[in-house]
Design a protein around this ligand. Structure first.
Ligand code: ZN
Length: 553
């Protein structure tokens, strides 16, 4: 608490000091009511949202719907107007659930088919009960088309009716180009989702990714378990390119495929590491039939708007309200076994923080210039689906959004000097955040693990893909608590023992002061974004800059 008021005092001075240099930040008496962001308010929202009564808030369940209704009611109470469909706070998201029949196998050239789970997992971008895919296999290296790096793994090949065989990750930096594909950081070109998207854009019939433990940073069993249960997607839009077959194979199976084509996989891989490598048609056919159970469900996003004086443009806060629901009862469970994924940190805490930000913005004495939207998304845990749906139906045109601030889990281990904002280095939002941090005697911390691709794993990411500059709050590392080691241990304990477990529940030793500082910071940042004379933009070398460049070119 002492830290909070000390920082708040400095903040007033800071805002006065920078008037006229950072765009047009509002005088302190016009901006968000930051003192009204309080730990006890966050705790109150959190208590309701993570209650057993909500049964883990899975999309399209009673508990998930209760959370959505609570959030709509809170936005209405704060004076946010409905931003959803037909004058409501709800934007209905259609969700497709599909389960692949284990009879699946993959044939490739002469020799026995590759076995489900043991050698291959597969699913389909086509949402019908039976999907047959066949075509010549073409090895396309990393499967990347990146004009900003002058790189095209599909150069000179027509993929229509063919099946791409693709390496995961992105090409390594070279002696002459240390920043090629972000150097040691993983770029989106390295993510498996990108590989499938690009193969679809190329018109391929199917794509097969080659798993290796080193390149994926996890073992084959993770691929097996991730892709053998129920899969979720949003309905395919007419005209959208889709893959009939999306598959992963083990390294061993990939070597065998190459061998059947009279090639050596290591030699193919090696040749693909340098710019200008050509795709290699393997001259053998792949074929597979996916039999699947497909079901349609709906679950709402919740959207509220604080209308600005320029309602044609907006600032967007996001936090997901869904979580994992309940686990199935297992043999040997005691009768009172806890099966509810309460998701107290993930993401009741983020929802509660955003509600506090919303309150401080609504209680600002003046209206912002751009409208400020709050989007509580559904189905984040099933693959960022609510956000992906919003990116395709963005209420305002994608180019009209000044920026997105995403909050997925708050820091409950006490105040910190740093505020880690994933994506800060990618756009001019980072500069705005840095200036604000300096005023608040804080620093914007770097992504602690750029090789892990965390920027690609929460709700801001589908928004970044359509060109909206985005930041996502992550965990700090520099605690300023009385015992920083204890704070770090508390954070690690959550990550290792509670994250995505039924144990993600309210803890008696939580310290809300750090979360309060962060929410005050992000309320002020959103306010400045809403009033900045210029629209923020991605750095020109960022692949996410391209959607907007294409709009204006
Ligand atoms: Zn989350």
């Amino acid at each position: 608490m002492r830290t909070t008021s000390w920082i708040a005092g400095l903040n007033v001075l800071g805002i006065v000091a920078i008037l006229g240099c950072q765009g047009r930040p509002s005088p302190a008496d016009e901006g968000p009511a930051l003192d009204e962001i309080r730990g006890e308010h966050i705790a109150a929202h959190l208590q309701f949202l993570s209650d057993d009564l909500l049964e883990g808030r899975a999309p399209s369940t009673r508990g998930g719907d209760l959370a959505a209704r609570y959030l709509s009611a809170q936005l209405a109470l704060l004076g946010f107007e409905p931003g959803g469909e037909n004058g409501t706070y709800l934007q209905q998201v259609a969700i497709v659930e599909s389960v692949v029949d284990p009879s699946f196998s993959l044939s490739a050239g002469p020799g026995a088919p590759f076995k489900y789970l043991e050698d291959v997992v597969g699913f389909s971008g086509v949402q019908s009960p039976q999907v047959r895919t066949a075509g010549e296999i073409v090895f396309v290296g990393h499967g990347i088309v990146a004009p900003e790096y002058n790189w095209n793994d599909y150069a000179g090949v027509d993929m229509k009716g063919k099946v791409a065989l693709i390496m995961v990750n992105d090409p390594p930096a070279s002696a002459g180009e240390s920043q090629l594909f972000g150097g040691p950081a993983l770029t989106y070109y390295g993510r498996w989702t990108y590989k499938f998207e690009e193969a679809a854009r190329q018109g391929a019939a199917g794509a097969i990714l080659i798993h290796t433990d080193e390149s994926a940073t996890y073992g084959w069993q993770v691929v097996q378990s991730s892709w053998s249960g129920t899969q979720y997607s949003i309905p395919v839009v007419p005209g959208q390119p889709v893959l009939g077959l999306k598959a992963w194979v083990t390294d061993r199976a990939a070597r065998e495929i190459a061998r059947r084509a009279g090639q050596d996989l290591d030699a193919l891989r090696k040749a693909a590491l340098v710019r200008g490598a050509q795709p290699v048609p393997l001259g053998i056919q792949a074929s597979a039939t996916i039999v699947q159970k497909v079901q349609q469900k709906t679950s709402p996003n919740v959207i509220g708007v604080l209308t600005g004086t320029n309602p044609q443009q907006g600032v967007l806060y996001t936090a997901h309200y869904d979580h994992l629901g309940m686990r199935e009862a297992q043999a040997g469970d005691p009768p009172d076994a806890d099966r509810i994924f309460n998701g107290a940190v993930d993401n009741s805490s983020g929802l509660s923080g955003v509600l506090e930000i919303a309150q401080s913005l609504a209680r600002a004495p003046a209206r912002p210039e751009r409208s400020i939207y709050i989007l509580f998304t559904t189905a984040e845990e099933s693959g960022l689906l609510g956000s992906e749906y919003f990116a395709a139906h963005p209420v305002l045109p994608a180019g009209a959004w000044a920026g997105n601030i995403n909050i997925d889990s708050l820091n409950m281990a006490g105040p910190s000097r740093d505020i880690v904002l994933l994506g800060a280095e990618r756009s001019t939002l980072g500069e705005m955040a840095k200036d604000l941090a300096a005023e608040r005697m804080r620093v914007v911390g770097p992504d602690p693990a750029p090789g892990n691709g965390y920027f690609f794993r929460s709700d801001h990411f589908p928004l970044a893909k359509v060109g909206i500059p985005a930041l996502s709050l992550s965990d700090p590392v520099e605690y300023t608590t009385a015992d920083p080691a204890a704070s770090t241990a508390m954070k690690d304990e959550y990550e290792n023992k509670r994250y995505h477990q039924v144990e993600d529940e309210i803890q008696p030793n939580w310290d809300y002061a750090g979360a309060v500082n962060d929410m005050q910071f992000l309320a002020e940042l959103g306010w400045r974004l809403a009033n900045a004379p210029e629209m923020p933009r991605y750095n020109e070398t960022e692949q996410f800059a391209r959607p907007r460049q294409n709009q204006t070119n």
